[in-house]
Design a protein around this ligand. Structure first.
Ligand code: PEP
Ligand code: MN
Length: 340
């Protein structure tokens, strides 16, 4: 159930409406755009509640049907949310670019990449320390040592850092070392992990599962928000299709579709969709053209020697070139690339 309040509803009337709902053992989420307020009722309201609310001062209309993801839904909050990672803002006009290697491999590798991507215009550094690899024999990441290297390379180069968390028991150590926690495609429906990152304060980058519908993706975000963390950024990274010419099929339509359904920021990962570097600049540009709030791109100083995902990693020069195209596309749409 959703109650829309009249424009300019007084603070006292709003408080009375919330008290009435909470008095019935229900939870509320209040979305305020500045001009309109929407109160989403979470739980199982009695059918009487709609009439009771309609009779209260300040209520404009009550909708019985509630979306299955009341916190994530655009209905719960008119207008986009801005998710801040310190000074970096996802969901504002500028396009946020995150770049870095698939995996943290060494201090030298990471610092070389961090220095270069920062000078090309990235504002965040990515790097996996706990890697979810398809084969148990592939490089699994440096673990906590990798997080320490990532933290140092980020702060040494003025970049905020993001890294993937693969297990609820690792959440505490992630919080200590990173500015944003990534939930990877393979874990998008690991519900205990979603709740665990929802119970901590750092923003979360949630990637779409390889075989997940948009509805399932939104419900995964709802798990995080309903556990207490409103700072979620959605990431389309390609889905599995019948076509094998790319590693995954980048679902560009996910960007405008999600924008119609959620207030949360949406970014694109062209690297994992493409699977090979030659395609990455086009997919990155397409993501920005479709209205993505940002990009996360794999970049390596020696892609041919990378311990993971080298084939899809841009070279340092390739990333610098791609950033020029991204800035041109953003400019054509009246946007810019976010600066440090
Ligand atoms: C990654 O970012 O390196 C990664 C494993 O991504 P995804 O979960 O999208 O496959
Ligand atoms: Mn990767």
């Amino acid at each position: 159930m959703i109650a829309r309040l009249v424009p300019g509803c007084s603070v006292a009337a709003k408080a009375e409406i919330i008290r009435h709902i909470e008095g019935q053992g229900l939870r509320v989420h209040v979305g305020d755009s500045g001009t309109s307020t929407v109160v989403s009722i979470i739980g199982n309201p009695s059918p009487r509640l709609a009439d009771e609310l309609q009779a209260l001062s300040g209520v404009d209309s009550v909708t019985l049907e509630a979306p299955s993801y009341p916190l994530v839904s655009l209905d719960s909050q008119p207008g986009p949310s801005v998710v801040k990672v310190d000074s970096v803002s996802f969901g504002d006009t500028p396009v946020v670019v995150i770049a870095g290697p698939c995996s943290v491999e060494s201090s030298e590798q990471l610092n070389t990449i961090a220095r270069s991507v920062a000078s090309s215009g990235a504002v965040m550094l990515r790097g996996g320390a706990f890697k979810p690899r398809t084969s148990p024999y592939s490089f699994q990441g440096l673990g906590v040592e990798g997080l320490e290297l990532l933290h140092d390379a980020g702060s040494g180069n003025g970049l905020k850092v993001v890294s993937e968390c693969v297990a609820p028991e690792d959440v505490a150590v992630m919080v200590e070392h990173v500015d944003m926690i990534q939930i990877g495609a393979r874990n998008m429906q690991n519900f205990r992990l979603l709740s665990a990152v929802g119970e901590q304060p750092k923003p979360v980058l949630l990637k779409r599962g390889l075989m997940s519908t948009i509805d399932e993706f939104l419900l995964a975000a709802e798990y995080i928000m309903s556990s207490g963390n409103p700072r979620v950024v959605m990431c389309e990274r390609g889905i599995r299709s019948f076509d094998t010419s790319t590693r995954s099929t980048l679902d560009i339509s996910a960007v405008p579709v999600l924008k119609e359904m959620t207030h949360l920021p949406v970014i694109i990962d062209p690297s994992h969709a493409a699977g090979r570097r030659s395609l990455v600049p086009s997919l990155a540009a397409a993501g920005v053209a479709a209205g993505a709030d940002g990009l996360i791109v794999e970049v390596h100083n020696q892609p041919d020697q990378a311990l993971s995902d080298g084939a899809q990693s841009l070279t340092l020069d390739g990333f610098a070139d791609s950033m020029k195209t991204i800035a041109n596309v953003a400019g054509a749409l009246g946007r810019s690339v976010a600066l440090l």
